[in-house]
Design a protein around this ligand. Sequence first.
Ligand code: GLY
Length: 332
Amino acid sequence: MKILIAGSGAGAQALAWKLLQDPAVEKVWLAPGNPATSCAPGMENIPVSSGDVEGLARAALELKADFTLITPTQTLAAGVADYFKSRGLPIIAPTREASRLEWSKGFSKKFMKKYQIPTPYSAICESQEQAQKFADTLPLPVVIKADGMVHGGTGVVIAQDRQHVKNTLEEFFTRNVGPMLVEEFIEGEEVSYTILFDGKNYLPLAESRDYKKLLDGDKGPNTGGMGAYSPVLSSAQHEAIITQIVEPCLAALNSEGIEYIGFLYFGVMIDKKGMPSLLEINCRLGNPEVFTILERLESPLHELFILTLQKGYFRRHTRTRFTCFDHSYLHR
Ligand code: GLY
């Protein structure tokens, strides 16, 4: 089996590493890959940018890749899945429309609110004045997120005092990054819960928790994640996330007529009463969560992707519309 992965980060490298652990996988190309993947056995970098949708499709066709995986959100937002599908090329990735759940925080929030999925109280603000006014109604700290993708940062700030709120809003609106999401802060245990979804049924992967803050003692600003550990959930917490977050989101996708194939990452906060709230949705494996997920996965990874493309296996195990396929044997 030969697989193409778009990406150059450690997440793409980790996927390639895990795939190659099974003898059935003979080759993984990375577009464009990184220096480490250029010399790892079984891996080969190709000179195609991860954002070059047409170049990726051409490479998948010429190299006869059995399927393609995408790691950067920007490539999903560029419509890579739509393009591959229009050419009959197998890909495990959501469409541009579906991946708005990640690349537009405003879209994602409206989706959660429409379907009453528990999520922190918030407002999408078009102007600095509107954002400031809403932020003033919230207790500290206040969470401020850019609606769209922000280059050179995560686009998420947890402002600890009123001056910090003011400065953050001023900075974001001056940079003209678009609307801002201003949100209440929920204290609790954060968990990254990822599933692999074939459009009908899903497979929960190992949950994990990433360290988000820079600097010792959590003194620095939020990052995309500095490291992660797993497992982190009790059975009751698993159940709460499945019933209150995951399944309602999948049902909502279905109601919206949004076809979805690929990874879905739920960034969840479990409050002091044990209630989960959905902070964000990502349409990919998280980084660094990917390392804990793949480290704990015992099943051959390529088989999960083949089953996702075939949709058959998950379906045979369907008990309800969105079956939670038993994943206990998958992880150590
Ligand atoms: N660690 C969070 C993310 O990948 O977005």
